[in-house]
Design a protein around this ligand. Structure first.
Ligand SMILES: *Cc1c(COP(=O)(O)O)cnc(C)c1O
Length: 446
């Protein structure tokens, strides 16, 4: 049986064996009665290959994690070296070189004041850590603050705490009665200064009313990813930083998606010139190789837990794979590439080229709100009901034509690995153009 599975090399066999055993994430499995599942045999650069020689441009960096292409030669070789040295050791009472070196380098490149690193192993767990740490910080100082504040339309992951502070109804509604206390303040409607001021005024009002019960405000700086790539102004972050400080509330910057160059700077917070009290990082952290996350925090927060064991103030939180050496090694290799290849500057030219190409879609009537922030470019398809699942049609057209696009509702977005080349950008955007044009002309039927 085991051997048979390994020997399986056709698309069809692997798909049907998959559907016999696997419950896929974020998926209505019944869709796969008609929607084919795509078995991938290998990856190289921006391409994913199936077992029949078809290749797909990974235009969404495999759920926003991949930065420098699949099977990047440098990252792979660094992990291979690590693999023969130390694959894993617990991080309680023990340490290892990759974890120490990575912590040091992250402290150096993140905003001032983020001087400590707490390791976890995926994005949601980093958010859980940040929420628990914030609540516990206030408790250790004699204050019970059990409400978390976040933005409307936000996404912070899908474990219970992270889901509580998120606002995407589709994910949240079913679990309402299980959630921790949370309130949402409106995200600015656009990048305009009028919308920014309006949202800041609302935030101030909430803080006036319940500021002393709020532990932390958590935000996705500049771009709300799962909230359909909604972009707002750095000025809002500046204002939110000042207000949270004034009310003694932690500001948690969830840079799990925006970190590592996605928004055009290494971290989105840089564009607002702010230092949050905590920052969560994952996704691009390992270049898309291995699960790893960190919570960056201030010495002030660190010190609130520093006491004699018997004082009951210790932060007793852990995950088995906390700070895994292979993952830390992948992260170090990823940071090396940023330094060696001047990635942030080179991406500027790429984003300009992507935006110029996407602007071509402006002449399609159903295309609206073309927007970009660094290496994230998006537009909406308007004039359809959610039940028409237009995004799914674009997804299928993309796959039939060699491009992996995975729309969020009616929002089509491009978030390719940074190593994408002009000809590949052309192919990616031409394919989206053709899909939308066919939908507009009523010529698509999946
Ligand atoms: C993806 C994401 C998360 C959750 O990370 P997982 O590793 O998927 O649990 C949290 N916050 C933001 C902003 C994200 O984009």
């Amino acid at each position: 049986m085991h051997k048979d599975i390994i020997k399986t090399v056709s698309n069809n066999e692997l798909s049907s064996t998959d559907l016999e055993f696997i419950f896929h994430p974020c998926t209505q499995m019944k869709d796969h009665e008609t929607l084919p599942i795509i078995p991938i045999s290998r990856g190289e650069g921006v391409y994913l290959y199936d077992f029949e020689g078809n290749k797909y441009i990974d235009a969404i960096s495999s759920w926003w994690v991949n930065l420098f292409g699949h099977c990047n030669a440098y990252i792979s070789s660094e992990i291979k070296k690590q693999l023969d040295t130390l694959e894993h050791v617990l991080l309680a009472g023990f340490t290892h070189q990759p974890a120490v070196e990575l912590a040091h380098r992250l402290v150096d490149i993140t905003p001032n004041g983020l001087d400590r690193v707490f390791y976890a192993d995926n994005g949601s767990s980093a958010v859980e850590v940040a929420l628990k740490m914030s609540y516990h910080y206030h408790l250790n100082r004699g204050e019970k603050r059990d409400i978390f504040l976040s933005l409307t339309n936000s996404y912070h992951g899908e474990t219970i705490g992270a889901l509580s502070v998120g606002a995407v109804e589709l994910y949240k509604e079913t679990y309402k009665s299980m959630l921790i206390k949370n309130i949402q303040t409106p995200v600015p409607k656009s990048r305009d200064s009028k919308d920014t001021t309006e949202a800041l005024n609302k935030l101030e009002k909430i803080l006036q009313e319940s500021g002393n019960q709020i532990s932390a405000m958590i935000v996705e700086p500049l771009v709300q990813g799962a909230g359909a790539m909604h972009i707002y102004s750095p000025e809002y972050l500046k204002g939110a930083r000042e207000l949270t400080k004034a009310y003694g509330i932690h500001l948690i910057a969830d840079e799990i998606m925006t970190g590592f160059g996605r928004t055009g700077t290494m971290f989105a917070c840089e564009q607002a010139d702010i230092s949050p009290d905590m920052m969560t990082l994952s996704k691009g952290l390992t270049g898309g190789y291995l699960p790893l996350s960190v919570v960056m925090l201030t010495n002030d927060i660190y010190n609130a837990f520093y006491c004699d064991y018997g004082d009951n103030k210790s932060f007793l939180h852990s995950h088995s794979y906390t700070g895994n050496p292979l993952a830390c090694r992948a992260a170090l290799a990823t940071l090396d590439i940023f330094e060696k290849d001047n990635v942030i500057n080179r991406n500027r030219e790429k984003s300009e080229y992507i935006l110029k190409s996407v602007k071509r879609l402006e002449n399609l009537k159903i295309v609206s709100n073309i927007r970009q922030c660094g290496m994230i470019t998006a537009f909406d398809i308007v004039g359809f009901q959610p039940s028409e699942r237009i995004g799914l049609q674009v997804y299928r057209y993309g796959l039939d034509n060699g491009v992996l696009l995975r729309p969020l509702g009616n929002t089509i977005y491009f978030m390719p690995p940074y190593i994408i080349e002009k000809s590949e950008i052309d192919k990616m955007i031409d394919t989206a153009y053709e899909a939308v044009k066919r939908i507009e002309e009523g010529r698509i039927s999946y």
